[in-house]
Design a binder for this molecule. Structure first.
Ligand code: AMP
Length: 392
């Protein structure tokens, strides 16, 4: 990683000094981005110069705007708008991320003229409207499977793609999209700019970046160690049979108005919602078995503060960006310590502080020890044997 700027110089970097034009500066201001995040400071200039990028960064780092802004700037400067086929393709692992990324293109491109048309395509919904919508899209944000379906239906071509973005590439591989991705790479022009973002740099990512990227600029966002310090963590030791009542007790006694609850399975998630609702706590679940419209609506309501409890499984919750969440509850512990940190990291972002609560059954005790060890932090544990949960 090349970083020629001193700390003092870094602090002077503004969106304007990175080379963005008026319409984008206005949009950035509207979004209340006061200063570029490190990943944006590092990625925007090389992307504008046409360089390939290997970015190691997670959700929350500001990675989306780090490719959206320079791509939109390139449209403003030189790229043709309104061609028949898209010149920018963004591949993402999940439907949620597809619509989230498309929204960022739309918001940050709001002041561009002529308008840059962004269309998100993903599976789980009818293909017909998407076949119409992709027509004349400048930027396509797609999950790999649905994009192949659209190609098979001759709804579009990839021959005009000049910029390819792979967002959360590790997740795409993890979800088993390797074959689909390879089929897509074969159909893309060889002469193009490629931007790859991944949360980690595992072997599989090493392999694909060596075949896909040409002399990439490598950018790595080191996660702030201070992040964990801003999160108040606590664990409640509880018998499995008392987990449900304890959850309701915690939500009520802490007067939680916005809480993300993690469950290990879709079944548990659904059961929790039923029980919470019966107890007068407004809740909805978001997981892979829910239809797309329901998922979008639930997330939307929750983000807007209009839904008290959102119950989620890991897979879905990964790419979802929710800022400044006051409470996260691990109803079930995640399997990996990394996922634990990722889950609780949703609270205490930026300058805000948050509280992360985990319910630990006797069977979880050993695993929770490992999580604490990996995280390098001990979590206070509260015994609930004598806690009266009657009526919850
Ligand atoms: P991402 O990592 O792309 O999911 O972005 C995380 C969040 O940070 C999103 O909610 C963005 O709206 C927000 N964000 C991105 N860049 C900035 C910035 N420079 N200043 C403030 N917020 C930002």
């Amino acid at each position: 990683m090349v970083d020629p700027l001193s700390e003092a110089e870094k602090s002077k970097v503004t969106f304007a000094s990175l080379g963005l034009s008026e319409p984008l500066l206005n949009a950035v201001e509207e979004q209340q981005y006061t200063r570029p995040y490190p990943i944006q400071r590092d990625a925007i200039p090389p992307i504008l110069r046409g360089k390939d990028i290997l970015g190691i960064a997670k959700t929350g780092s500001g990675k989306t705007a780090s490719f959206v802004l320079p791509i939109l700037e390139l449209f403003h400067r030189t790229k043709t708008v309104g061609s028949r086929y898209a010149s920018v393709l963004v591949l993402v692992p999940t439907r949620e991320l597809a619509s989230q990324v498309a929204d960022v293109f739309q918001n940050l491109g709001a002041h561009l003229f002529p308008k840059v048309k962004t269309v998100a395509v993903y599976g789980g919904v009818s293909i017909n409207p998407q076949m119409q919508a992709v027509h004349g899209a400048d930027i396509l944000v797609a999950t790999p499977g649905r994009l192949l379906d659209l190609l098979a239906q001759n709804a579009l071509r990839l021959s005009d793609v000049e910029i390819l973005v792979l967002d959360e590439a590790d997740k795409m591989l993890e979800l088993g999209f390797a074959d689909e991705m390879n089929q897509l790479f074969d159909r893309l022009p060889k002469n193009r700019q490629t931007i790859l973002f991944s949360a980690t740099l595992g072997e599989a990512i090493q392999a694909i970046h060596q075949t896909l990227l040409r002399a990439p600029v490598k950018i790595e966002v080191v996660e702030e160690a201070t992040n964990l310090e801003q999160i108040e963590q606590v664990a409640y030791q509880v018998d499995p049979a008392r987990k449900g009542p304890l959850l309701r007790y915690l939500i009520k006694t802490h007067n939680m108005q916005q809480v993300l609850v993690f469950a290990s399975s879709t079944r548990t998630a659904d059961n929790l919602v039923v029980k919470l609702s019966k107890n007068g706590i407004q809740a909805a679940a978001i997981h892979g078995q829910k239809g797309q419209q329901v998922r979008t609506d639930v997330l939307h309501k929750f983000k807007a503060g209009k839904l008290q409890v959102m119950v989620a499984t890991d897979l879905l919750a990964r790419g979802i960006d929710i800022q400044l969440l006051p409470f996260v509850i691990n109803f079930d512990l995640p399997r990996s310590p990394k996922d634990y940190v990722h889950r609780i990291g949703r609270t205490g972002r930026a300058e805000a502080t948050g509280k992360a609560i985990s319910l630990i059954t006797p069977d979880d005790a050993h695993h929770f020890k490992i999580i604490q060890k990996k995280m390098g932090k001990r979590v206070a544990q509260i015994d609930t044997t004598n806690l009266d949960l009657h009526g919850y």
